[in-house]
Design a protein around this ligand. Structure first.
Ligand SMILES: [Zn+2]
Length: 605
């Protein structure tokens, strides 16, 4: 077939997708996939039902990355016949456009394909890499543009579709998806799913492993390895309470069930808001509910992100900033103001630290330029924390009850739509600003969205709990009190995180004193452990080297391992060690984490 010239990224409505959405838009995807652990592959077909936007269009362009395409059929109303196709050369960021010849009137295609072991959106784990150590595990991570590495589709958040799936697995294992999971389904090796709500491609998700289920409420529960499921159900027992708070603030929960899936420790993120089934890192099971704000965060995405979706990855603050704001509201309602202020203050402190290290000015704003860039590279804490502070700022100007009603309206009036930042600005003008004319200027909105510097009148949150930590840390550093005598018995995970992050350069004897007093190197709290190994690495503390290396082999959550690798690559000896550690543990990391570490190592020279 004649090659269609693909338009340049800057000219497409989504620079991260080749999809010709002006001609066709996907309405439904039906998956028929076999999970092959031996070859680390998904094999089968995807049937796309399309809306023909342009009756004359004769080519459908889908996104793919590293897929082996066997054959393709096209047609109408289930009558499909073999058609021709062409796979464009692979782009390092976007993958390969798949061009499919569409006969006149055709609005369905079936692609027969298989994934490759290196699929960027899948991770295949050996039994040794799971909590139970008996069965292999596989899971997907489709955000931002990884769905195309396991499904040929229009991989842009501007297209929403329903989906169904028939998944076959080894008999002992259970498959779950971001769909209507049935916890009572027998482990038969054959599972069927339907997702009746229209969702963007980055929310299509699958996991297969030795999974048990425990209910935590009438519409909430936890899927996890049998050895973890009881602890997880206990940790997340407040999920229904949180859901009710969300509904009170932002309107009815529209997705049916809200379940959690606890993944193996190599999961590269804290959580992923896959609809109906949040994927979560086991590092958030602290034993004292101190990290459950992660569940509040992923749950809040049921409104900001999953219901009202960023139309391009440059608009991601509409997903993450709104979600961060909602998270702190929910934590405040369920766990109290002190807990919420710790979250807010930590988020703001991390933003200040991060802004200081960001090179590109546009990456400090809420409107980065991601054309010709990998959207995962542009992802920092900025859209989360700065986005949240913008909404806090609106609260300060218009009062919290007014902003609550405004956000409720935003979610409900844009439900199941994908929106750009300008849509929000227009909505501000239409619905919030008239409530108090003169309170907010266009220049102020501009500054929040586009200026690299934080606005001078930013309201920076404070936490009394951190003020107490400051006093204890200073007393110890001044030699007024030994570490063992610090008033720290009731500190939360966030207070420990803050304590460790705000230490100056320390001597070996001081680090030894801290570790003896608080047992950092033996803690099972993976957040505190991660911050400790970072401090130890920054101070070249030799007794911590073995522990750091073991931690980097156990945990794959990027938020925790990235700072340690960053400290390591600062010195020539550290770079050597980082390379050796990475070579040893590479196979344990998710493809997205591998990419992140390889970039760090390459940049370090
Ligand atoms: Zn999020």
């Amino acid at each position: 077939m004649a090659t269609v010239a693909l338009p340049d990224a800057a000219k497409r409505s989504d620079p991260h997708s080749y999809a010709n959405t002006q001609d066709f838009r996907t309405r439904d995807i039906a998956l028929e996939l076999a999970v092959d652990f031996g070859h680390r592959a998904l094999r089968g077909s995807a049937t796309l039902s399309l809306e023909r936007v342009n009756a004359k269009a004769d080519t459908l362009v889908l996104d793919t990355r590293d897929l082996d395409i066997a054959s393709i059929e096209a047609g109408h109303a289930g009558r499909l016949a073999k058609t021709t196709f062409e796979l464009a050369p692979r782009d390092a960021i976007l993958g390969s456009a798949l061009l499919i010849k569409m006969p006149k009137g055709a609005d369905q295609v079936r692609v027969h394909y298989a994934t490759r072991p290196q699929a960027s959106g899948l991770q295949w784990l050996t039994p040794a890499q799971t909590a139970g150590k008996r069965h292999p595990f596989m899971f997907s991570q489709s955000e931002s543009i990884h769905a195309r590495s396991w499904i040929p589709l229009q991989d842009t958040p501007q297209v929403r579709q329903t989906y169904s799936a028939h998944i076959t697995t080894p008999q002992a294992l259970r498959a779950v998806m971001s769909a209507d999971n049935d916890a009572n389904a027998a482990k038969s090796g054959s599972y069927r799913f339907t997702m009746p709500q229209r969702i963007p491609s980055y929310l299509i998700a699958i996991a297969v492993g030795d999974l048990d289920f425990r209910a935590t409420g009438p519409r909430t529960g936890v899927y996890a390895d049998p050895s973890v499921v009881a602890a997880a159900a206990k940790e997340f027992e407040d999920t229904e309470k949180m859901l009710q708070r969300c509904e009170a603030l932002y309107g009815p929960y529209r997705w049916g069930r809200y379940d959690l899936l606890i993944l193996p420790p190599s999961f590269p993120f804290g959580g992923m808001e896959n609809p109906r089934l949040t994927f979560a890192s086991p590092t958030v099971i602290a034993g004292d509910k101190s990290l459950v704000s992660l569940v509040a965060h992923e749950m809040a995405h049921s409104w900001s992100g999953n219901l009202v979706t960023n139309a391009t990855w440059a608009d991601i603050w509409l997903n993450e900033g709104f979600t961060e704001h909602a998270t702190f509201r929910i934590v405040e309602d369920v766990y109290g103001l002190d807990a919420a202020q710790q979250e807010r203050a930590l988020s703001a402190k991390n933003l200040k630290d991060e802004l200081a290290g960001i090179e590109r000015d546009d990456d400090k704003t809420l409107t980065p330029d991601l054309v010709h860039r990998d959207p995962d590279d542009g992802l920092s804490g900025v859209p989360y924390a700065r986005g949240n502070l913008f909404l806090d700022y609106l609260e300060a100007k218009f009062t919290r009850p007014v902003v609550d009603v405004f956000l409720n309206g935003w979610f409900n009036e844009h439900a199941f739509q994908s929106v750009r930042t300008q849509v929000f600005v227009d909505y501000l003008h239409a619905r919030l600003m008239p409530q108090k004319p003169g309170a907010l200027s266009d220049a102020e909105i501009e500054a929040w969205l586009h200026s690299p510097a934080m606005p001078a009148d930013t309201v920076w949150p404070q936490s009394d709990a951190f003020v107490k930590v400051d006093a204890q840390r200073e007393a110890w550093l001044a030699g007024k009190m030994p570490a063992a005598k610090l008033d720290s018995a009731k500190w939360t995970t966030h207070q420990w995180e803050y304590f460790l992050d705000t230490l100056p350069a320390l001597k070996a004897a001081q680090l030894a004193e801290l570790d003896t007093a608080f047992g950092f190197s033996k803690t099972h709290n993976q957040i505190i452990a991660g911050h400790w190994w970072k401090v130890a690495t920054a101070n070249h503390y030799a007794p911590a080297e073995a522990g750091t290396e073991a931690y980097l082999g156990e945990v794959g959550r990027m938020l925790l391992i990235r700072p340690i690798y960053k400290e390591l690559v600062k010195t020539p000896e550290g770079r050597e060690r980082a390379r050796a550690i990475y070579a040893k543990w590479k196979d344990r990391y998710h493809p997205i984490a591998q990419d992140m570490i390889e970039q760090l190592l390459a940049k370090a020279g």
